[in-house]
Design a protein around this ligand. Structure first.
Ligand code: FE2
Length: 456
């Protein structure tokens, strides 16, 4: 905590992508939080170092008083609009005349390439999380996408301040402490089950901090429940970020990334969601289509094995020509062979069958010849679990032991897992260059523990 003139800075300024999804408009949002004492803030940005005051642009700043739990605070947002693509900008945030942030960022690219990091299940307040943050910054990604469980255990405001910001908004890049990431690149945070512990405002108001701390593209639908009064107040404070933000998509370079909410209140086959996926992901002209969500449909871990509802969307993903699905929830790393999956239907053929545990049986078609080095053309979608970004690891005894990956026999499991690393924390680095995509899994010491190439 840093002391300003009259107020305490609880969270220093960090960058968010803002409501910019396609490559037609570019924006960034700076967010910071203080105690409840209002301050006179300014946020300026420029193509040049900020010593050149003549060419500075000033960002529109708004703030809300936040009282999710305990003491009231103030959350500020500065919208940096009208940005050019492929451009380096400098920014500075001041209170009165004192500078509280002075940094730079690069906007999204329109080139046919991109480079980004993916991590999941990380905001646990651990030294491993710090080391992963440090390794990510070494790789110089253009942005970070998360696979959810951004903060443990209940998505609360105080948990973000304890388990997330100190690690990725650290003053220096030190393996034991974390990295200076969120002040220079945007995080696209996907909702995990620990990020919204309830779908009702009546039960836990504080667990909706996600909608305050993030500022993401608003191009998809979703719903919320709770008493009219609470819903109204919440929507007033978070508008327009809620409820649109829990599903979203964006483009960067030649990649289209679709992020989905897989919490219990969501029906993956909701016609509104399916319709949006067809229009959004289906009509994208990007070279690469990647879908990101928290709960994996295909995992050979014992942990969370039965939570397979997202398998129901596989036929749609296949139709929309999705290349890669990135998930978390299971705290390890798993890579599937390219696969096609047809969920089992009832006798009349009008409903998919889901067991009471959430298991979805079906027919697997596995591409067992793809190895990502000599054969790089997959027949089907590659499903990745990348949930080892900082939380306690799951099923470490299954590490690299295919004989232990066999789960339910027959229609529920097939030998779809090609790689399973569960004894170390790691993250995913994805790079595209035209019709070539490379995926590396990098552990907390910086070592590449898995890699594949995909070509089209
Ligand atoms: Fe989870």
């Amino acid at each position: 905590m840093e002391s300003l003139y009259a107020q305490q800075l609880l969270v220093p300024p960090y960058l968010q992508p803002g409501n910019a999804s396609t490559l037609s408009k570019e924006q960034r949002v700076l967010i910071w939080q203080t105690d409840s004492v209002p301050g006179s803030f300014s946020a300026n940005y420029s193509l040049h170092r900020l010593s050149d005051t003549t060419k500075m642009l000033s960002a529109a700043i708004s703030n809300v008083e936040l009282k999710l739990k305990g003491k009231a605070t103030r959350l500020y947002r500065a919208v940096l609009d009208g940005l050019l693509f492929d451009t380096l900008y400098y920014y500075e945030v001041r209170v009165n005349s004192k500078s509280i942030a002075n940094d730079s960022f690069r906007t999204r690219t329109k080139k046919s390439s991109t480079r980004f990091a993916v991590m999941g299940d990380f905001g646990a307040g651990t030294s491993q999380q710090a080391a992963i943050g440090y390794r990510i910054v070494q790789q110089k990604p253009q942005f970070v996408v998360t696979t959810g469980d951004n903060v443990y255990f209940n998505g609360l405001e105080e948990e973000y301040r304890k388990n997330l910001f100190p690690y990725y908004l650290s003053l220096g890049n030190i393996p034991a402490k974390g990295a200076s990431l969120m002040n220079t690149i945007p995080f696209y945070m996907v909702l995990g089950n620990h990020d919204v512990r309830s779908d009702s405002l009546n039960k836990e108001r504080g667990s909706f901090a996600y909608f305050y701390y993030n500022d993401l593209p608003l191009n998809a639908p979703i719903m919320i429940s709770g008493s009219r009064k609470l819903v109204k107040a919440f929507k007033r404070n978070t508008s327009p970020r809620f409820p649109g933000m829990s599903n979203f998509s964006f483009d960067d370079g030649n990649v289209h990334i679709t992020c989905l909410d897989t919490n219990d209140n969501v029906n993956p086959l909701d016609p509104i969601l399916v319709d949006w996926l067809m229009r959004d992901t289906g009509q994208s002209k990007a070279d690469w289509k990647i879908v990101v969500f928290h709960r994996p449909g295909f995992s050979s871990s014992i942990a969370h094995y039965g939570e397979q509802l997202m398998r129901l969307l596989s036929p749609l993903f296949e139709k929309l020509e999705v290349n890669l699905v990135l998930t978390g929830h299971v705290h390890n790393y798993q890579r599937s062979v390219p696969l096609l999956f047809a969920p089992l239907k009832n006798k009349r053929g009008d409903h998919y069958i889901i067991s009471h545990k959430g298991e979805v049986d079906g027919t697997f078609t596995l591409d067992t010849t793809f190895d990502g080095s000599t054969d790089t053309t997959p027949e089907g979608i590659i499903y990745i679990v990348t949930g080892s970004g900082g939380g306690r690891l799951y099923d470490s005894n299954l590490n690299q032991k295919p004989e232990l990956w066999k789960r339910e026999p027959k229609d529920n499991w097939a030998p779809f897992t090609q790689k399973f690393i569960s004894n170390k924390h790691s993250f995913t680095l994805i790079e595209t260059k035209g019709k070539e995509l490379s995926l590396q899994q990098i552990d907390l010491t910086g070592k590449v523990i898995d890699q594949i190439k995909i070509t089209q």
